[in-house]
Unconditional design. Structure first.
Ligand code: SAM
Length: 249
C-alpha cells in the first residue's frame, strides 16, 4: 500500500492514536531551539499537530504531505499554508527554504538519502534539517512493559540513528546534533490500550503483516486484561531521536 492511501485511511483516527496536540506542542518546543532563523517547511505534516505547535511558538510554517485527508484535518487546526506534495520532489525553488522538518515522516520516504538530498536542494546555505525519528521510549510501568513486547516483534525500522546520520551525510549535510529528546507525555488506562490494540491503532501493529499482527494480538490482550485497576491511568514521559543537520554555507 502506498503511503498516501495508508494515511488517507488513518486520518480520522490518527490524532487519538498518536498523542494529538499535546505531542505536537511538546515536539515543537523540542525542535524550535534547533531551527535556523526564518520559516519552516514541514514535510509529512500529517494532521498538523507539530505545525500548529510551531506556529504557536511564532514560527511561519508551510506543511506538505502526500495525503489530502491528513491535510484536511491539518487545515482545521492550522492557519498556515498546506500543499499536497511528495517529499521526494518538493515543489520549491533551489535555496528557497530556511528549515526542513520531518516528524516521524522521513522513514516513510522511499529513500531517506534521496529525500534529504531534495531537502538540501531547497535549503539555503546555513539552512537546517531537523528530524524526529525512531520508536518513542519511556520509563517502564506495567503498560509500557507489555507495549515493549509488541515493539520487540516489529520489523526493524529504517530510521535508526546511524541510518539517519548516514543519509544526512550522503545528502551533503553537516551533522549538528543527534540525541534522545522529550516527545510527549501520555496517560493511558489498560482499558484504552485494549481498545487501541483491538482496533489495530497502535503504529507497531500497522507495520506488521495482518497474519503476524493477529498472532501477537491475543497474547498481548490477555496480559492487558490481567492487569490490576483497568481504569487507573498510568502516566508516561516518552522520548525519541532528534537529528539536526545543516547545509554548509
Ligand atoms: C506518521 S505521519 C506523521 C505526521 C506528523 N508529522 C506528525 O508527527 O503527526 C507521516 C506523514 O507523512 C506523510 N508522508 C508519507 N510519505 C510521504 C511522502 N513521500 N511525501 C510527503 N509526505 C509523506 C503521510 O501521509 C503522513 O501524513
Amino acid at each position: 500500500m502506498n503511503q498516501s492511501v495508508k494515511f488517507d485511511k488513518l486520518a480520522a483516527t490518527y490524532d487519538a492514536a498518536r498523542g494529538g496536540e499535546g505531542r505536537g506542542h511538546m515536539t515543537a518546543a523540542t525542535i524550535s531551539p534547533h531551527l535556523a532563523p526564518g520559516s519552516v517547511l514541514e514535510v509529512g505534516v500529517g494532521t498538523g499537530v507539530v505545525a500548529a505547535g510551531l506556529a504557536a511558538l511564532g514560527h511561519t510554517v508551510h506543511g506538505v504531505d502526500v495525503s489530502r485527508p491528513m491535510l484536511d484535518v491539518a487545515a482545521t487546526r492550522f492557519d498556515g499554508e498546506l500543499t499536497v506534495a511528495d517529499g521526494m520532489a518538493l515543489p520549491f525553488d533551489d535555496a528557497s527554504q530556511d528549515n526542513v522538518v520531518y516528524v516521524h515522516a522521513l522513514h516513510l520516504m522511499p529513500d531517506m538519502a534521496g529525500a534529504l538530498k531534495e531537502a538540501a536542494r531547497v535549503l539555503r546555505p546555513g539552512g537546517r534539517v531537523v528530524v524526529r525519528h525512531g520508536d518513542p521510549v519511556s520509563e517502564p510501568d506495567d503498560l509500557v512493559l507489555i507495549l515493549r513486547q509488541v515493539q520487540a516483534r516489529q520489523p526493524d525500522r529504517p530510521d535508526a540513528p546511524d541510518a539517519v546520520r548516514a543519509a544526512a551525510e550522503a545528502a551533503g549535510l553537516r551533522m549538528c546534533e543527534q540525541g534522545m529528546r522529550p516527545e510527549y507525555e501520555s496517560g493511558m488506562t489498560p482499558e484504552t490500550f485494549i481498545a487501541l490494540i483491538t482496533n489495530r491503532q497502535v503504529p507497531f501493529l500497522q507495520r506488521l503483516s495482518p497474519e503476524r499482527a493477529a498472532e501477537v494480538v491475543e497474547p498481548i490482550l490477555a496480559q492487558l486484561r490481567a492487569l490490576p485497576d483497568p481504569r487507573r491511568e498510568r502516566r508516561q514521559s516518552w522520548s525519541c531521536w532528534l537529528t539536526v543537520a545543516e547545509k554548509p554555507a
